[in-house]
Design a binder for this molecule. Structure first.
Ligand code: FAD
Length: 303
């Protein structure tokens, strides 16, 4: 279970304590505030705070004195225009602060997104919990044979059982040794900042992560994508659901132009034009490499 009864009670108390404000409020986001949404076996993501809403994006784009809102359809159109033309700074006017609990190997990928503000749980100061990410059987996949940076079908039978057992026993043995080393029972006890180096990368950490909407969309574009590793994608998917409720127009534009759209090279556009004129274009005549052509074909196919 990701949260203790005491932590859940703290969240309930926060949610019960509403205060009036003059600030812009997103009704959709208010419904999510503080609630921890489980991700993986011990992780979660929850919204601690946020600033702005769809109207704030329009307000900034129009550098308005008032709310900046004209009509809902007008705002939706403006937001689509901004997204379509990469006019990104109005999206930076919205911010969100998340509390995320995640395995260290996922945190290593996440932290590469440098345009956020982060404060991580200190394993120098505090003792880490005995919590390790152990994949569900269907996520315990074999190495992909076509993509060095990917995975194939789930391991089966005795191999799956053996791998699962190794992951569990190694994690617990490392934690037993961690506990032994930091113990001050009849010994000095090794410093926590040193003892933690013995722990595997599937141990859980936590952080507060604050980012503006433009950079959050960039994160989601990369990490909610099918090519992202499953273990970070599930966090991105959960955040997508929250953002869709927070800024519905901006999220819809993002889903359409960024998640649903593709970048086409000049050669690809030239091919499409030739195809529309009835020419049967081959890879050799396309000006594209085999890899580019394969990806182009995947874009054109409706499967
Ligand atoms: C599928 C996938 C596979 C990956 N594989 C690898 C890998 O094998 N090895 C690896 O090391 N990384 C890998 N990465 C990480 C990737 O290279 C990026 O570091 C990560 O996605 C963060 O992207 P970003 O730098 O655009 O984001 P952010 O750090 O949030 O930056 C956002 C944007 O701000 C600008 N920016 C930020 N900081 C600077 C700066 N210092 N200088 C110039 N511009 C800046 C850039 O325009 C950048 O795109 C992978 C990422 C993905 C999604």
């Amino acid at each position: 279970m990701p949260l203790s009864p005491e932590q859940i009670a703290e969240i309930d108390a926060l949610r019960a304590n509403a205060t009036p404000t003059l600030r812009a409020v997103s009704e959709g986001m208010e419904g999510h505030l503080y609630t921890a949404y489980p991700v993986l076996d011990h992780g979660f993501v929850r919204v601690i705070d946020y600033m702005g809403d769809d109207a704030a994006i329009c307000q900034a784009a129009r550098v308005s004195y008032g709310k900046g809102t004209k009509s809902v359809s007008n705002d939706a159109g403006l937001i689509r225009y901004l997204m379509r033309h990469w006019h990104s700074t109005p999206f930076e006017m919205c911010e969100v602060k998340l509390h995320v609990k995640l395995p260290v190997f996922v945190a290593r990928q996440w932290i590469r997104h440098r345009t956020a503000n982060v404060n991580e749980y200190s394993a120098r100061y505090s003792i880490l919990d005995r919590e390790f990410y152990i994949p569900e059987p269907d996520a315990l996949a074999a190495q992909s044979t076509v993509n060095n940076q990917g995975r194939g079908a789930a391991l089966q039978g005795a191999e799956a059982a053996r791998v699962l057992e190794i992951l569990k026993s190694d994690s617990h043995r490392a934690y037993d040794n961690y506990e032994q080393m930091i113990s001050q029972d009849g010994q000095d006890g090794l410093a926590r900042e040193l003892a933690r180096m013995n722990l595997p990368a599937n141990v859980y950490t936590q952080w507060y992560w604050k980012v503006d909407l433009h950079n959050l969309f960039h994160f989601l574009r990369l990490r909610a994508d099918a090519h992202a590793q499953y273990e970070i994608r599930v966090y991105a998917d959960e955040i997508c659901k929250i953002v869709a409720d927070w800024v519905p127009h901006a999220y819809a534009a993002f889903a359409d132009y960024r998640m649903g759209g593709v970048n086409l090279s000049g050669s690809a556009i030239d091919c499409i034009r030739r195809m529309l004129k009835g020419e049967e274009v081959t890879q050799e005549a396309s000006g594209m490499s085999k890899g580019e052509w394969r990806e182009f074909q995947a874009v054109l196919s409706d499967g």
